[in-house]
Design a protein around this ligand. Sequence first.
Ligand code: TRP
Ligand code: SF4
Length: 335
Amino acid sequence: MEQKKRIMSGMRPTGKLHLGHYMGVISNWINLQNEYDCYFSVADWHALTTGYDKTEQLKENVLNVVIDWLACGIDPKKATIFVQSTIPEIAELNIYLGMVTPQNWVERDPTLKDMAKILKNKEGQNSQIGFGLMGYPVLMSADIMAVNAHYVPVGIDQVAHVELTRDMVRRFNNIYHTDYFIEPQPKLNKCSLLCGVDGAKMGKSFNNDIKISDDEETTQKRIMQCITDRSRARKDDPGHPDKCEVAFKYWQIFGTEDELKNVEEECKAGKRGCADCKRQLAVKVNEYFKDIRDKRKYYENHLEEVKLILDEGTEKSRAISKKVLEDVRNIIGMY
Ligand code: TRP
Ligand code: SF4
């Protein structure tokens, strides 16, 4: 049997995940886990690059991410889940990669500029870009290369990092006259991006998100904030689904074809008020996530099971990285 190609991806533990994470990233991973040998990492070192002084909730956040993944359907029998900082070989690879990385390669990283801006907003003019933050793209390459992955499923904002990893692989292979590392290819997430209830990118800091872990009431309250057709004044005015900025987009994701047609017709005919429309939408969203939320509660109450899954994932992933680092040490010529 042909060996499955390897996939590696990661997510920062920033807190409980929202429906944007689910629609944009996790649902994609769930499809991939059937076809590929998948490694999914909770990138807690990456969280430190900007949050090194805010670690009170880090442990809790790591567990919450894993619980969200499991609840959504990442299956530990198919995919390997682990926490980045439990694999010291990644840090060691990061050192070797740092040696062969030209300074201007990390400086040209586009997301670094965004992060510097965020830091500045949070901490004012005196904020500094730490050495760790500078090295963020190299660390991500270390994640990917530590399992010598073929593909990296990411959003469009992370493609530049995978390109850098390809450059790093070529450079390493060149310098040490080897073809050991595979040039990983980005695999763009094909799933629909779910915007926040205000129409902007969904994010916890924008206060426009719905969490996977939210209860039905909280979800309903949020859905009622969804922006609709702004040109509509009264509920019997004819509406324009194509101008309904958020609510109709959600319908397109969570409604069946028939429901969608019905909403569209009634809206255009002025037979559907926006408040009612969103109340129905909230029911759909809650139905969609019912099983996931039940499963989430189960894992919340069985943390020992979650930790066991992580232990097994770490063991499997670490065995691979140990072998990679043993080879790398030999290739470089370390003692
Ligand atoms: N940098 C990614 C982000 O901020 C997370 C990440 C860390 C990652 N390591 C990775 C993604 C390895 C893909 C592969 O979203
Ligand atoms: Fe949007 Fe529904 Fe209002 Fe039409 S009735 S504008 S689809 S929320």
